[in-house]
Design a protein around this ligand. Structure first.
Ligand code: FSO
Ligand code: SF4
Length: 519
């Protein structure tokens, strides 16, 4: 197998053995390559027809790309079924693109740029899919996916690929915008909310992943059944949406922390766990009989809830297991009893005047965006340390599952606001960008001239598509860690450094001094 799409890539190079660091088998990796090859050929055929793909064709493309994201699908059979669906959808297809052409491309910069685009498309497809299930479709965007896939499968120059990187970044931003419109249109503008971390006694269900439509379906089907629902990892920001939180009082709180702690946190859990998207990890015996998947997630032997979203088996499992006999605080959340989320753009910008006044009067000196994906590498302690070291006259915006590195820190308030503001999921990077644009507008300067620094952590391909969007928007001076992507060649990194001053994180102390000009 060959895979280097995530931050865990073996030896910071690539996973090449019998299985990847994530637990993906060589069989699954081969099936995902076959699927991607079929998607490239399918997209090329659709582009050849000279029109945007029909909605059902675009949905198939999004499902296919989403399926290959890290920690989504561990089952080669279901991956192969998707490949067969693509073949059935375009019987005229001659042969599929061979991914070995990309992985073994002799020019490392070409391989790097094509991989950067392909992995971004995978992340973007996830956001596009979430928007799509809520009824938001952009045919131009669908057409772009086809164009970009076709280019990845074609011979082209470095200049063409750099231009494609820029276009992909813009399309990624558009995907996030579409999803923001879908989520806020369906569930309202998020509001700040304190989310309990204590699990109340009695039957409950834990729902993980990013899909708010799945969340709504589960809440509807569990209403009035004496079952409580708890979010896990990236589902935490669901509590901020009025149409979810206020309508369904049995949405009680949050269970656990970031994805990489799930095997420990789910040990002997007396409740079912529903994975709606990444990040599912290889299952441990103590909870393997109570895991369910839906949508694009698939794991061998795990019951899968189909597109009709009938969660009856999950509900039956919750009633059978019965939950905890008493209210229970789950170990691993540093003993905290609640966390706060819901500081998306509308909530933060409702304080825009106070924030601007506080910056002008010197009460707030600097803003940091510290967030992104969490992961297993011990060096990710950097982000907790960084947050702890930030001075009291600064504000930290955070988002995605990287927030669990810092969202239980008690950093107090500044100018009447909590010093840590949780903007939401990874896709809510869009919301963070809107906050930055509004501040730039208020100060009549560019985003790069604001007292704002981005200190990001990445893990999988949604973070890749956020990075490519930030670069396309011209955002400079991003600090990225804990390591730089293995798929970025030294030549590509050099250009990104020259053009955007993109840099790797160093130590919290040194980075903070450099940012605040205290070096
Ligand atoms: Fe985390 Fe996993 Fe949201 Fe990623 S849960 S690592 S960026 O999937 O998607 O932040
Ligand atoms: Fe390795 Fe990451 Fe690929 Fe898994 S997804 S095989 S850990 S590079």
């Amino acid at each position: 197998m060959f895979c280097f799409q995530c931050e865990q890539a073996a030896h910071c190079t690539a996973c090449t053995g019998k299985s990847g660091v994530c637990g993906k088998s060589a069989d699954t990796a081969a099936a995902q390559d076959r699927l991607t090859g079929a998607l490239i050929s399918y997209a090329s055929q659709l582009i050849g027809e000279g029109r945007a793909p029909a909605p059902e064709q675009a949905l198939l493309l999004m499902e296919g790309l989403f399926t290959t994201i890290t920690n989504v699908n561990f089952d080669p059979q279901t991956v192969d079924q998707l490949t067969e669906s693509i073949h059935a959808a375009c019987p005229g297809i001659g042969f599929d693109y061979d991914m070995a052409n990309l992985w073994h491309e002799p020019d490392e910069d070409i391989r790097s740029l094509k991989s950067f685009v392909l992995f971004s498309l995978r992340g973007m497809a996830a956001y596009n899919y979430h928007a799509r299930v809520l009824g938001r479709i952009d045919p131009e965007l669908d057409r772009f996916f086809c164009e970009a896939l076709q280019t990845v499968g074609s011979e082209c120059s470095i200049d063409t690929l750099w231009a494609l990187v820029q276009k992909t970044g813009k399309a990624s931003y558009r995907c996030m915008e579409l999803l923001d419109a879908a989520n806020t249109g369906a569930f309202g503008q998020p509001e700040p909310v304190e989310v309990p971390l204590v699990i109340e006694k009695g039957p409950f269900i834990v729902i993980s992943g990013h899909d708010l439509y799945d969340m709504k379906c589960l809440l509807e089907q569990t209403a009035g059944k004496g079952i409580h629902v708890y979010t896990h990892s990236e589902m935490l920001p669901a509590h901020g949406y009025p149409e979810l939180k206020q309508k369904y009082p049995h949405l009680k709180g949050n269970f656990g922390t970031a994805w990489q702690n799930q095997q420990r946190e789910f040990e002997d859990i007396p409740a079912p766990i529903l994975f709606t998207t990444n990040c599912i990890m290889p299952l441990r015996e103590s909870y393997a009989d109570r895991v369910f998947t839906t949508s694009v997630v698939s794991y061998p032997g795990v019951p899968h809830i189909g597109p009709e979203r009938d969660f009856s088996p999950v509900i039956a499992k919750a009633l059978e297991l019965g939950g905890y006999p008493e209210d229970t605080a789950i170990p691993g959340i540093n003993g905290g009893r609640s966390v706060v989320t819901g500081f998306a753009r509308s909530a933060v910008l409702s304080h825009a005047n106070e924030i601007v006044a506080a910056v002008k009067s010197g009460q707030i000196r600097h803003f940091f965006l510290v967030g992104g994906c969490d992961g297993t590498r011990p060096s990710r302690r950097y982000y907790t340390e960084f947050a702890k070291l930030t001075p009291p006259d600064t504000v930290i915006l955070t988002l995605a599952c990287g927030k669990f590195r810092l969202n239980d820190l008690d950093l107090g308030t500044v100018a009447g606001l909590p010093r840590i503001l949780d903007v939401g999921q990874c896709n809510d990077a869009y919301s963070a960008i809107q906050i930055a644009l509004a501040l730039a507008d208020a100060f009549q300067c560019g985003v790069n001239d604001l007292p704002l620094s981005l200190v990001l952590c990445w893990f999988e391909q949604k973070a890749v598509c956020i990075l490519i969007a930030l670069l396309a928007l011209g955002i400079q001076n991003i600090r990225l860690g804990p390591t730089l992507p293995a798929f970025l060649s030294p030549g590509v990194v050099r250009v990104l450094q020259e053009k955007y001053n993109l840099m790797a994180v160093t130590t919290p102390e040194d980075d903070l001094k450099a940012i605040l000009g205290e070096g």
